[in-house]
Design a protein. Structure first.
Length: 413
């Protein structure tokens, strides 16, 4: 009798706690809330002590000045005279002296109170200026880690994933945010590195068999004794293989151009446009399309090969998607309002405005999706948009009145 298998045992519990370690006294952690509370509470306490001290000194001085009456008794009839209360000099009896003394005392006290009020307002104004200046300086010191995080984020936005914040200081919310941001950058860098490695491996693995197929087909087609049916089949397979090669090149270029360009060199859009026109000139002549336009110098910082791909794709699309007779393509480059502009206009079929956004999606064509065509593989405008974004630029399409499109690509100079 066969023995029954033993029931599976539960996996052993981990001997370590995957959660982040907790401090024994979390309320002692120097958080931003506690630091700001202590900072502004302390500032308020110090300002109150200073203000009370100043008011005390001013009040003491005001009381001293308020009681500073000067009297002098002279003569046998006890005449009273005063430099601070001159109306006593005209007093003739005791009642007048008493009344004048009350008036002088009230006047002196009112003067002392007015002086106390004016000096207190000046002291308060001075303390307010000092408090605002000190608060501004302290707020800048407290918020300086946020500026460091922002600068690092901007550098990362420029595809510099190697940057890290590495914030030091107290273990507060800002340091926790900076450490979390550093961990995210580390993961992003590993992901982008793996993507680049995958693109490189895919490039080699996809190009090699296609190149072998093309070579074999060309060798068989070069045999003059091959049957006509075999030659026709070989030409069809060769065209299909060429289309696959274009698709692979387009996908690899699209994957590589999604990030911003780190290494930049001065590139003149006029030269890039002229080279693109030269490459498409033969196809345009065959189709009867006239290429015109003025290319003015427009120098930007970027990658010349990728920028040439922008101009080439736009001009090729303008030639291929054109009218059968009397078609033209206009290519212009210039600098407008501090930006380098490349404009490619062409005659062609009428394009509805709601179809414009679809043209920039991969494998999308006008009124068709993922369908076979001898005009391309459906990645041209997607590559143009990706390369433009990688250079910090922008592409916009607008239907022409009467048919065709106006493609406008702008780059920062």
């Amino acid at each position: 009798m066969a023995s029954t298998p033993a029931p599976p045992q539960a996996p052993p519990k981990p001997t370590w706690d995957p959660r982040s370690p907790q401090t024994p006294f979390p309320w002692l952690r120097p958080t931003i809330r506690i630091r700001l509370t202590l900072l502004y509470g302390g500032m308020f306490l110090i300002a109150g002590i200073l203000l009370l001290s100043i008011i005390y000194l001013l009040a003491a001085q005001a009381l001293h000045e308020g009681s500073g009456q000067s009297f002098r008794v002279s003569g046998s009839n006890l005449a009273i005279s005063s430099t601070t209360c001159p109306q006593l000099n005209a007093a003739t009896n005791q009642d007048q002296i008493t009344e004048f003394l009350k008036q002088c005392d009230a006047t002196q006290r009112q003067h002392a109170l007015d002086d106390l009020l004016s000096r207190s307002l000046l002291a308060l104004l001075g303390l307010a200026v000092i408090a605002f200046a000190f608060g501004y300086a302290m707020a800048g010191r407290v918020l300086s880690p946020l500026g460091r995080i922002t600068r690092t984020a901007r550098a990362v936005a420029g595809s510099d994933l190697s940057r890290r914040i590495e914030l030091d200081g107290p273990d507060d919310e800002l340091k926790e945010l900076a450490d979390t941001f550093d961990d995210m950058l580390e993961r992003l860098q590993r992901a982008f590195t793996a993507q680049q490695r995958f693109v490189g491996n895919a490039s080699h693995e996809l190009r090699t068999p296609l190149a072998i197929n093309r070579t074999l087909l060309e060798v068989h087609l070069s045999d003059p004794g091959a049957p006509v049916e075999l030659q026709q089949l070989g030409k069809t397979l060769l065209a299909t293989n060429e289309r696959s090669e274009q698709l692979v090149e387009g996908l690899l270029l699209l994957a590589r151009s999604d990030n911003q360009i780190v290494e930049r060199k001065p590139v003149d859009l006029a030269e890039v446009a002229e080279q693109a026109i030269d490459q498409v000139h033969g196809e345009a002549t065959t189709k009867g399309v006239v290429i015109r336009g003025e290319q003015k110098p427009a120098v930007i910082q970027g990658n010349g090969v990728l920028l040439e791909r922008i101009a080439l794709n736009l001009v090729q699309n303008a030639v291929r998607y054109n009218v059968s007779e009397g078609g033209w393509v206009e290519v212009t480059t210039e600098v407008q309002h501090g930006q380098a502009v490349l404009v490619v206009s062409n005659t062609g079929p009428v394009v509805p405005a709601y179809e414009i956004d679809n043209l920039f999606e991969p494998f999308r064509r006008l009124r068709t999706e993922r369908t076979g065509s001898d005009k391309g593989v459906g990645l041209g405008l997607s590559i143009v948009r990706s390369v433009a974004r990688a250079h910090g630029g922008h592409i916009a399409a607008q239907p022409r009145e009467g048919g065709g499109l106006v493609m406008r690509v702008t780059f920062p100079v």
